[in-house]
Design a protein around this ligand. Structure first.
Ligand SMILES: [Zn+2]
Length: 173
């Protein structure tokens, strides 16, 4: 890479980092664990707000078929929010191509996803869900990339992507 190209790349990545910092700062100050408004909807209320596939994944812990989510190919900068309550769960900078057919991230926004043990298969898995509405999102595996080594394997149907050019929707109440 020649010097001019290097400088352009450095400036571009510095801007990208600054943009991401802004997103993180916004989520940090407003939405840290326990600092987002609670939500208390019945299953029936969620069933009316979501389509049947979304409802089955979020509230019956179903898993979508791999390679069915358009979010697999989403590469823009932005934020992935819970499709049920709109709490931001992942930043695009933590997304990577896992080759599994599900949108994958190496880290969730701190405090916005909670985990529990899941014994649905013969071996234990770590299930995670939205810390606000409790909707099931996916499972965490130990074969992810640096810096965490984790793979947060998410059902695409449980997320909505908001590009950084748009503002985040107000949390559902
Ligand atoms: Zn949620």
């Amino acid at each position: 890479m020649d010097r001019r190209l290097f400088i352009t790349a450095a400036v571009t990545s510095a801007l990208a980092v600054a943009a991401n910092r802004a997103v993180i700062a916004a989520t940090d100050s407003n939405l840290v664990k326990g600092n987002f408004p609670s939500i208390d909807k019945t299953r029936e209320e969620w069933q009316k707000l979501l389509n049947s596939q979304q409802y089955k994944v979020l509230f019956e812990e179903a898993t979508e078929r791999p390679w069915t989510s358009a979010l697999n190919d989403e590469k823009r900068e932005g934020t992935y929010i819970c499709i049920a309550c709109y709490l931001p769960l992942f930043l695009s900078e933590t997304k990577f191509d896992s080759g599994t057919g599900w949108p994958s991230f190496y880290q969730a926004i701190d405090g916005n996803a909670e985990t529990k043990r899941d014994w649905k298969l013969l071996f234990p898995r770590t299930e995670y869900h939205c810390a606000r509405c409790g909707g099931h999102q996916g499972h965490i595996f130990d074969d992810g990339p640096e810096p965490t080594g984790k793979r947060w394997c998410n059902n695409g149907v449980a997320l909505r992507f908001i590009p950084s050019s748009e503002s985040l929707p107000v949390l559902r109440v």
